[in-house]
Write a protein that binds this ligand. Structure first.
Ligand SMILES: [Mg+2]
Length: 396
Protein backbone atom coordinates (compact mmCIF):
# COMPACT_ATOMS: atom_id res chain seq x y z
CA UNK A 1 0.00 0.00 0.00
CA UNK A 2 1.36 3.40 -1.00
CA UNK A 3 0.17 6.92 -0.21
CA UNK A 4 -0.83 8.76 -3.39
CA UNK A 5 -2.46 11.96 -2.09
CA UNK A 6 -2.98 14.13 1.00
CA UNK A 7 -5.95 16.49 1.45
CA UNK A 8 -6.35 18.95 4.33
CA UNK A 9 -9.26 21.25 5.23
CA UNK A 10 -10.10 23.42 8.24
CA UNK A 11 -13.67 23.32 9.56
CA UNK A 12 -15.60 25.29 12.20
CA UNK A 13 -18.55 23.79 14.10
CA UNK A 14 -20.90 25.92 16.26
CA UNK A 15 -21.05 25.15 20.00
CA UNK A 16 -23.99 25.36 22.43
CA UNK A 17 -22.86 28.72 23.87
CA UNK A 18 -19.55 30.64 23.92
CA UNK A 19 -17.23 28.84 26.39
CA UNK A 20 -14.84 31.05 28.38
CA UNK A 21 -11.27 30.21 29.32
CA UNK A 22 -8.26 32.27 30.24
CA UNK A 23 -7.13 32.93 26.68
CA UNK A 24 -10.33 33.13 24.62
CA UNK A 25 -14.08 32.78 24.34
CA UNK A 26 -14.89 30.89 21.15
CA UNK A 27 -18.42 30.50 19.77
CA UNK A 28 -17.22 27.77 17.38
CA UNK A 29 -14.60 25.08 17.71
CA UNK A 30 -12.18 24.86 14.82
CA UNK A 31 -10.02 21.91 13.70
CA UNK A 32 -8.04 20.87 10.64
CA UNK A 33 -8.91 17.50 9.11
CA UNK A 34 -6.73 15.47 6.76
CA UNK A 35 -7.24 12.51 4.44
CA UNK A 36 -4.46 10.25 3.13
CA UNK A 37 -5.41 8.41 -0.08
CA UNK A 38 -3.67 5.23 -1.18
CA UNK A 39 -3.20 3.15 -4.32
CA UNK A 40 -5.34 0.44 -2.66
CA UNK A 41 -8.35 2.76 -2.78
CA UNK A 42 -8.32 3.15 1.02
CA UNK A 43 -8.54 6.58 2.67
CA UNK A 44 -7.16 7.28 6.16
CA UNK A 45 -8.40 10.22 8.25
CA UNK A 46 -6.58 12.40 10.77
CA UNK A 47 -7.21 15.60 12.68
CA UNK A 48 -5.19 18.37 14.29
CA UNK A 49 -5.34 21.80 15.91
CA UNK A 50 -6.64 24.73 13.85
CA UNK A 51 -3.29 26.47 14.34
CA UNK A 52 -2.07 24.09 11.62
CA UNK A 53 -3.72 25.39 8.42
CA UNK A 54 -4.20 23.19 5.33
CA UNK A 55 -1.30 24.97 3.60
CA UNK A 56 1.08 23.58 6.26
CA UNK A 57 0.49 20.12 4.78
CA UNK A 58 1.51 21.16 1.27
CA UNK A 59 5.18 20.64 2.01
CA UNK A 60 4.45 17.20 3.44
CA UNK A 61 2.72 15.94 0.32
CA UNK A 62 5.93 15.40 -1.59
CA UNK A 63 7.49 13.67 1.40
CA UNK A 64 4.54 11.31 1.93
CA UNK A 65 3.58 10.36 -1.61
CA UNK A 66 4.92 6.90 -2.38
CA UNK A 67 5.38 5.98 1.31
CA UNK A 68 3.97 2.84 2.94
CA UNK A 69 1.65 3.79 5.88
CA UNK A 70 3.08 0.84 7.85
CA UNK A 71 6.56 2.44 7.90
CA UNK A 72 5.61 4.78 10.73
CA UNK A 73 9.04 5.19 12.35
CA UNK A 74 10.46 6.43 9.05
CA UNK A 75 7.51 8.78 8.56
CA UNK A 76 7.82 10.12 12.14
CA UNK A 77 11.51 10.81 11.71
CA UNK A 78 11.11 12.40 8.30
CA UNK A 79 8.35 14.78 9.47
CA UNK A 80 9.78 15.68 12.86
CA UNK A 81 13.40 16.08 11.80
CA UNK A 82 12.95 18.14 8.66
CA UNK A 83 15.08 20.79 10.34
CA UNK A 84 17.28 20.61 13.44
CA UNK A 85 14.91 19.53 16.21
CA UNK A 86 11.93 20.90 14.26
CA UNK A 87 9.63 18.33 15.96
CA UNK A 88 6.27 19.71 14.74
CA UNK A 89 4.12 17.21 16.66
CA UNK A 90 0.88 18.95 15.60
CA UNK A 91 1.80 18.26 11.98
CA UNK A 92 3.06 14.73 12.58
CA UNK A 93 0.17 13.47 14.73
CA UNK A 94 -2.66 13.74 12.16
CA UNK A 95 -0.46 11.93 9.63
CA UNK A 96 0.34 9.16 12.13
CA UNK A 97 -3.39 8.95 12.98
CA UNK A 98 -4.33 8.60 9.31
CA UNK A 99 -1.61 5.94 8.82
CA UNK A 100 -2.97 3.91 11.75
CA UNK A 101 -6.45 4.27 10.22
CA UNK A 102 -5.08 2.93 6.91
CA UNK A 103 -3.21 0.08 8.62
CA UNK A 104 -6.38 -0.96 10.44
CA UNK A 105 -8.48 -0.80 7.29
CA UNK A 106 -5.83 -2.76 5.38
CA UNK A 107 -5.66 -5.64 7.89
CA UNK A 108 -9.29 -5.43 9.03
CA UNK A 109 -8.60 -4.52 12.69
CA UNK A 110 -9.54 -1.57 14.90
CA UNK A 111 -6.64 0.75 15.76
CA UNK A 112 -6.69 -0.29 19.44
CA UNK A 113 -5.63 -3.79 18.34
CA UNK A 114 -2.62 -2.28 16.58
CA UNK A 115 -1.71 -0.39 19.78
CA UNK A 116 -1.52 -3.47 21.97
CA UNK A 117 -5.16 -4.31 22.59
CA UNK A 118 -7.64 -3.08 25.19
CA UNK A 119 -7.14 -2.98 28.94
CA UNK A 120 -10.64 -1.45 29.33
CA UNK A 121 -13.84 -1.51 27.27
CA UNK A 122 -15.07 1.98 28.10
CA UNK A 123 -13.30 5.29 28.64
CA UNK A 124 -14.71 7.48 31.43
CA UNK A 125 -14.99 11.12 30.30
CA UNK A 126 -15.23 14.19 32.52
CA UNK A 127 -18.08 16.70 32.40
CA UNK A 128 -16.10 19.64 31.10
CA UNK A 129 -17.70 22.70 32.74
CA UNK A 130 -17.05 26.21 31.40
CA UNK A 131 -18.31 29.61 32.41
CA UNK A 132 -20.18 30.81 29.32
CA UNK A 133 -21.44 33.97 27.71
CA UNK A 134 -25.13 33.97 26.71
CA UNK A 135 -26.09 33.27 23.11
CA UNK A 136 -27.71 36.05 21.06
CA UNK A 137 -31.14 34.84 22.25
CA UNK A 138 -30.07 35.12 25.89
CA UNK A 139 -29.75 31.36 26.54
CA UNK A 140 -26.73 29.46 27.79
CA UNK A 141 -25.15 31.94 30.21
CA UNK A 142 -23.09 30.52 33.08
CA UNK A 143 -21.55 33.24 35.23
CA UNK A 144 -21.99 32.29 38.88
CA UNK A 145 -21.97 29.22 41.17
CA UNK A 146 -25.76 28.71 40.93
CA UNK A 147 -25.70 28.67 37.13
CA UNK A 148 -22.79 26.24 37.20
CA UNK A 149 -24.32 23.72 39.59
CA UNK A 150 -27.60 23.71 37.64
CA UNK A 151 -25.72 23.26 34.37
CA UNK A 152 -23.60 20.47 35.85
CA UNK A 153 -26.71 18.67 37.10
CA UNK A 154 -28.18 18.85 33.59
CA UNK A 155 -25.02 17.27 32.13
CA UNK A 156 -24.95 14.54 34.79
CA UNK A 157 -28.63 13.79 34.12
CA UNK A 158 -28.14 13.73 30.36
CA UNK A 159 -24.77 11.96 30.01
CA UNK A 160 -24.16 10.20 33.34
CA UNK A 161 -20.80 11.85 34.07
CA UNK A 162 -19.03 10.70 37.24
CA UNK A 163 -16.09 13.12 36.97
CA UNK A 164 -16.66 16.88 36.93
CA UNK A 165 -14.07 19.36 35.69
CA UNK A 166 -14.37 23.11 36.14
CA UNK A 167 -12.38 25.31 33.78
CA UNK A 168 -11.35 28.41 35.72
CA UNK A 169 -9.05 31.35 35.17
CA UNK A 170 -12.03 33.43 33.99
CA UNK A 171 -13.77 35.11 36.96
CA UNK A 172 -12.35 36.49 40.19
CA UNK A 173 -10.52 33.62 41.94
CA UNK A 174 -12.78 33.89 45.02
CA UNK A 175 -15.89 33.29 42.84
CA UNK A 176 -14.24 30.31 41.21
CA UNK A 177 -13.44 28.80 44.63
CA UNK A 178 -17.09 29.44 45.60
CA UNK A 179 -18.12 27.59 42.44
CA UNK A 180 -16.05 24.57 43.45
CA UNK A 181 -17.57 24.71 46.95
CA UNK A 182 -21.08 24.80 45.44
CA UNK A 183 -20.33 21.89 43.10
CA UNK A 184 -18.97 19.79 45.96
CA UNK A 185 -21.99 20.62 48.09
CA UNK A 186 -24.29 19.42 45.32
CA UNK A 187 -22.20 16.40 44.19
CA UNK A 188 -20.89 14.18 47.00
CA UNK A 189 -17.45 12.57 47.06
CA UNK A 190 -18.63 9.69 44.87
CA UNK A 191 -18.11 12.24 42.07
CA UNK A 192 -14.54 13.12 41.22
CA UNK A 193 -14.05 16.88 40.99
CA UNK A 194 -11.11 18.60 39.26
CA UNK A 195 -10.31 22.27 38.78
CA UNK A 196 -8.19 23.97 36.11
CA UNK A 197 -7.35 27.70 36.38
CA UNK A 198 -5.46 27.31 33.09
CA UNK A 199 -2.10 28.61 34.36
CA UNK A 200 -3.36 32.17 34.74
CA UNK A 201 -2.81 32.62 38.50
CA UNK A 202 0.46 33.70 40.09
CA UNK A 203 2.09 31.06 42.33
CA UNK A 204 1.06 33.13 45.39
CA UNK A 205 -2.60 33.29 44.26
CA UNK A 206 -2.55 29.58 43.38
CA UNK A 207 -1.25 28.74 46.88
CA UNK A 208 -3.75 31.05 48.63
CA UNK A 209 -6.69 29.63 46.63
CA UNK A 210 -5.34 26.09 46.85
CA UNK A 211 -5.50 26.22 50.65
CA UNK A 212 -9.14 27.34 50.40
CA UNK A 213 -9.85 24.49 47.94
CA UNK A 214 -8.26 21.82 50.15
CA UNK A 215 -11.49 20.84 52.01
CA UNK A 216 -13.35 20.00 48.79
CA UNK A 217 -11.63 16.68 48.05
CA UNK A 218 -10.35 17.55 44.58
CA UNK A 219 -9.09 14.78 42.33
CA UNK A 220 -6.44 17.23 41.14
CA UNK A 221 -5.58 20.91 40.80
CA UNK A 222 -4.65 21.38 37.15
CA UNK A 223 -2.17 24.05 36.03
CA UNK A 224 -2.90 26.33 39.01
CA UNK A 225 0.03 28.44 37.80
CA UNK A 226 2.48 28.39 34.88
CA UNK A 227 5.84 26.69 34.55
CA UNK A 228 7.50 23.75 36.27
CA UNK A 229 9.05 25.83 39.09
CA UNK A 230 5.72 27.57 39.79
CA UNK A 231 3.90 24.24 39.98
CA UNK A 232 6.58 22.92 42.34
CA UNK A 233 6.03 25.90 44.68
CA UNK A 234 2.27 25.31 44.71
CA UNK A 235 2.64 21.56 45.20
CA UNK A 236 4.90 22.08 48.21
CA UNK A 237 2.27 24.19 50.00
CA UNK A 238 -1.08 22.81 48.82
CA UNK A 239 -2.31 19.31 49.81
CA UNK A 240 -4.00 18.54 46.47
CA UNK A 241 -2.45 16.46 43.64
CA UNK A 242 -1.10 18.76 40.92
CA UNK A 243 -1.65 18.00 37.22
CA UNK A 244 -0.64 19.76 34.02
CA UNK A 245 -1.23 19.87 30.31
CA UNK A 246 0.51 23.23 29.88
CA UNK A 247 3.94 22.99 31.50
CA UNK A 248 4.98 19.37 30.86
CA UNK A 249 4.13 18.85 27.20
CA UNK A 250 7.10 16.94 25.77
CA UNK A 251 9.49 14.24 26.90
CA UNK A 252 12.28 16.74 27.68
CA UNK A 253 10.08 18.33 30.35
CA UNK A 254 9.66 15.08 32.28
CA UNK A 255 13.03 14.90 34.03
CA UNK A 256 12.98 18.47 35.42
CA UNK A 257 9.32 18.08 36.48
CA UNK A 258 10.14 14.91 38.42
CA UNK A 259 13.39 16.33 39.81
CA UNK A 260 11.57 19.44 41.08
CA UNK A 261 8.63 17.41 42.46
CA UNK A 262 6.30 19.68 40.48
CA UNK A 263 3.44 17.37 39.50
CA UNK A 264 1.48 14.21 40.31
CA UNK A 265 -0.29 13.71 36.99
CA UNK A 266 0.27 14.52 33.31
CA UNK A 267 -2.65 15.18 31.01
CA UNK A 268 -1.26 13.69 27.87
CA UNK A 269 -2.43 15.00 24.54
CA UNK A 270 -1.73 12.78 21.53
CA UNK A 271 -1.03 15.92 19.47
CA UNK A 272 1.46 17.63 21.82
CA UNK A 273 3.26 14.36 22.56
CA UNK A 274 3.72 13.38 18.91
CA UNK A 275 1.02 10.81 18.22
CA UNK A 276 -0.77 7.75 19.54
CA UNK A 277 2.34 5.60 19.85
CA UNK A 278 4.26 8.22 21.84
CA UNK A 279 1.20 8.65 24.06
CA UNK A 280 1.56 4.95 24.88
CA UNK A 281 5.27 5.48 25.58
CA UNK A 282 4.42 8.36 27.91
CA UNK A 283 1.88 6.18 29.71
CA UNK A 284 4.64 3.68 30.56
CA UNK A 285 7.40 6.19 31.32
CA UNK A 286 5.12 8.26 33.56
CA UNK A 287 4.20 5.17 35.54
CA UNK A 288 7.86 4.48 36.27
CA UNK A 289 8.38 8.09 37.31
CA UNK A 290 5.55 7.78 39.82
CA UNK A 291 3.16 9.94 37.80
CA UNK A 292 -0.45 9.22 36.87
CA UNK A 293 -1.81 9.96 33.42
CA UNK A 294 -4.98 11.73 32.36
CA UNK A 295 -5.83 13.10 28.88
CA UNK A 296 -6.23 16.67 27.65
CA UNK A 297 -8.88 17.78 25.15
CA UNK A 298 -8.11 20.31 22.43
CA UNK A 299 -11.73 20.76 21.18
CA UNK A 300 -11.41 17.77 18.86
CA UNK A 301 -14.13 16.61 16.47
CA UNK A 302 -15.14 12.99 15.90
CA UNK A 303 -11.95 11.87 14.16
CA UNK A 304 -9.67 13.20 16.90
CA UNK A 305 -11.97 11.88 19.61
CA UNK A 306 -12.00 8.44 17.95
CA UNK A 307 -8.19 8.41 17.96
CA UNK A 308 -8.11 9.44 21.64
CA UNK A 309 -10.52 6.63 22.53
CA UNK A 310 -8.55 4.02 20.59
CA UNK A 311 -5.35 4.86 22.46
CA UNK A 312 -7.11 5.45 25.81
CA UNK A 313 -8.50 1.90 25.97
CA UNK A 314 -4.94 0.56 25.66
CA UNK A 315 -3.24 2.68 28.39
CA UNK A 316 -2.88 0.86 31.75
CA UNK A 317 -1.72 4.00 33.62
CA UNK A 318 -4.69 6.13 32.52
CA UNK A 319 -6.40 6.15 35.91
CA UNK A 320 -8.35 9.38 35.42
CA UNK A 321 -11.33 10.19 33.18
CA UNK A 322 -10.26 11.83 29.92
CA UNK A 323 -11.36 15.36 29.05
CA UNK A 324 -13.51 16.07 26.02
CA UNK A 325 -15.28 19.14 24.65
CA UNK A 326 -17.53 16.86 22.59
CA UNK A 327 -20.74 17.63 24.50
CA UNK A 328 -20.34 21.34 23.69
CA UNK A 329 -20.37 20.74 19.91
CA UNK A 330 -23.70 21.15 18.07
CA UNK A 331 -22.64 18.75 15.31
CA UNK A 332 -19.73 16.70 13.97
CA UNK A 333 -18.07 16.11 10.60
CA UNK A 334 -18.06 12.30 10.72
CA UNK A 335 -20.28 10.24 8.42
CA UNK A 336 -21.16 7.84 11.27
CA UNK A 337 -23.68 8.68 14.03
CA UNK A 338 -22.21 10.97 16.69
CA UNK A 339 -20.56 9.39 19.75
CA UNK A 340 -23.09 8.65 22.49
CA UNK A 341 -22.28 8.66 26.21
CA UNK A 342 -23.11 5.60 28.27
CA UNK A 343 -22.99 6.44 32.00
CA UNK A 344 -20.37 9.10 31.35
CA UNK A 345 -18.23 6.80 29.21
CA UNK A 346 -17.38 6.54 25.51
CA UNK A 347 -15.80 3.68 23.60
CA UNK A 348 -14.01 3.36 20.26
CA UNK A 349 -15.60 1.61 17.31
CA UNK A 350 -14.56 -2.00 16.69
CA UNK A 351 -14.73 -1.42 12.91
CA UNK A 352 -11.40 -1.54 11.03
CA UNK A 353 -9.14 1.50 11.50
CA UNK A 354 -10.43 4.44 13.54
CA UNK A 355 -14.01 3.52 12.58
CA UNK A 356 -14.86 7.02 11.38
CA UNK A 357 -14.86 8.76 7.99
CA UNK A 358 -15.59 12.34 6.93
CA UNK A 359 -19.09 13.29 5.78
CA UNK A 360 -18.60 15.26 2.56
CA UNK A 361 -21.69 17.45 2.95
CA UNK A 362 -20.83 18.37 6.52
CA UNK A 363 -17.23 19.09 5.62
CA UNK A 364 -18.47 21.40 2.86
CA UNK A 365 -20.84 23.18 5.25
CA UNK A 366 -18.30 23.61 8.05
CA UNK A 367 -15.29 24.52 5.90
CA UNK A 368 -17.52 27.22 4.39
CA UNK A 369 -18.45 28.38 7.90
CA UNK A 370 -14.77 28.54 8.79
CA UNK A 371 -14.08 30.56 5.64
CA UNK A 372 -16.79 33.06 6.62
CA UNK A 373 -15.47 33.34 10.17
CA UNK A 374 -11.93 33.80 8.95
CA UNK A 375 -13.03 36.64 6.69
CA UNK A 376 -14.66 38.40 9.60
CA UNK A 377 -12.32 37.86 12.47
CA UNK A 378 -9.54 35.43 11.60
CA UNK A 379 -11.59 32.62 13.09
CA UNK A 380 -10.61 32.93 16.73
CA UNK A 381 -10.84 36.40 18.32
CA UNK A 382 -9.75 36.20 21.98
CA UNK A 383 -13.03 37.64 23.27
CA UNK A 384 -15.46 39.32 20.83
CA UNK A 385 -17.26 41.03 23.75
CA UNK A 386 -14.11 42.74 24.96
CA UNK A 387 -12.25 44.00 21.87
CA UNK A 388 -9.51 45.64 23.99
CA UNK A 389 -8.92 42.52 26.09
CA UNK A 390 -6.02 40.17 25.75
CA UNK A 391 -4.75 37.40 28.01
CA UNK A 392 -2.11 38.38 30.53
CA UNK A 393 -0.15 35.99 32.72
CA UNK A 394 -0.61 36.32 35.60
CA UNK A 395 -4.12 37.69 35.46
CA UNK A 396 -4.46 37.41 39.22
MG1 LIG B 1 -5.79 22.14 31.27
Amino acid sequence: MKIIDLKAQTAAIPIEAPTRHSYASPSHYIRTMIELCTDEGLTGVGETYSTIPPAAFDALKELLIGQDPFQLEQIRIQISQRGYFSRQPLLLTPVEMACYDLQGKFVGLPVYQLLGGRVREQVPVSAYLFYRYPNADGTGEISNPDHMTAYCQSLVDRYGFQTLKLKGGVLDPEIEVETIAALRKKFDSSYRLRFDPNAIWSPATAIRMGLKLAPYDLEYYEDPTWGISGLARVREKVPIPISTNMSVIEFEHLAPAVEMKAIDCILTDPWYWGGLYHTKVLDLVAKHMGLAVSMHSGVEFGVGLAAMLHVAVTMPNLVHAIDSHYHHLCDDVIAQPRFVYDQGCLHPSSAPGLGVTLDEDKMQRYTELHRQLAENDYGYPPDPRRPEWYARVPMW
